[in-house]
Design a protein around this ligand. Sequence first.
Ligand code: ADP
Length: 321
Amino acid sequence: VKTIGVLTSGGDAPGMNAAVRAVVRTGISKGLNVVGVRRGYNGLINGDLIDMSLRSVSDIIHRGGTMLYTARCDEFRYESGLQKATQTCIDHGIDGVVVIGGDGSFRGARDLSLRGIPCVGIPGTIDNDIACTDYTIGYDTAMNTAMEMIDKCRDTAQSHDRCLVVEVMGRRCGDIALNTGIACGATSIVVPEVPFDMQKDCLERIQKDLTRGKRHFIIIVAEGYGKVEEIAQQVGDFTGITARALVLGHVQRGGNPSVRDRVMASEMGHYAIEKLLCNGIGNRVIALKDSKIVDFDILEALEQKKEFNMELYRIAHEISI
Ligand code: ADP
């Protein structure tokens, strides 16, 4: 391997820049040429490449978003796109690619590896929805942002004796909801992984709390469950307190990455280059398992099933009374 490409793909996440920086600096220090590929797989298809130097990744470790831009690229799913991308790699002597993104991006990395361009994936998404890894870059920052926003809204909920029903991100994964729910003292946490009984798990809990003198409530709902307006309506109808629905939205994807995200991105970025250099076939994805950085075959990684932390969910339920 002499020249590697690095790209960010799918939804952006805080810490992606730190990962790009680690990939570029590790690559260069190991004697590789590093090429930045812009806007995900689009950059490989269109030849939108920039030569990276040690200094081109200066001043980005603390920034959210991604300096390489990111995008979704439908064409890459099809033979014609894959062929163009492979040709771009051949034309520019790119003999390895580091792909920072989510599950979808790893599927693309697998396809490109099968075409003879070894790829290594780094999990970059705020959702923490990748089965093979306990952690994805951006997750910690997103949770802290959500927590801060909910804290601010809590002031109003408390001052006005209201119930606040907040939707947090995570797509089909309830991890952000579970953790921010605990951190913000939510009365109920609603996630797609656990059946939710509106009457028993929410309305009756609030009713009981009201009799104990509690006057304001926070309900955290995962994006994968949704329906915050409906929940707020039912809370209002059943309990008589004012309930407001709020979707936090994209604010959770932005902002300066936390310490955890910067360090994890740096470690994973470094490890990805080592993998690419010692394993000529690529098709690997970097993961955090039991606090250790490890790697998996992409196909095996994609077949794993994401586990939900039921124990933590039970604890949350028990202490939110
Ligand atoms: P994420 O990587 O965050 O899961 P997406 O699912 O949107 O985000 O995937 C990002 C990009 O990865 C897509 O736009 C596409 O270029 C590529 N991709 C997604 N799914 C596949 C697939 N099944 N095969 C090949 N490439 C894919």
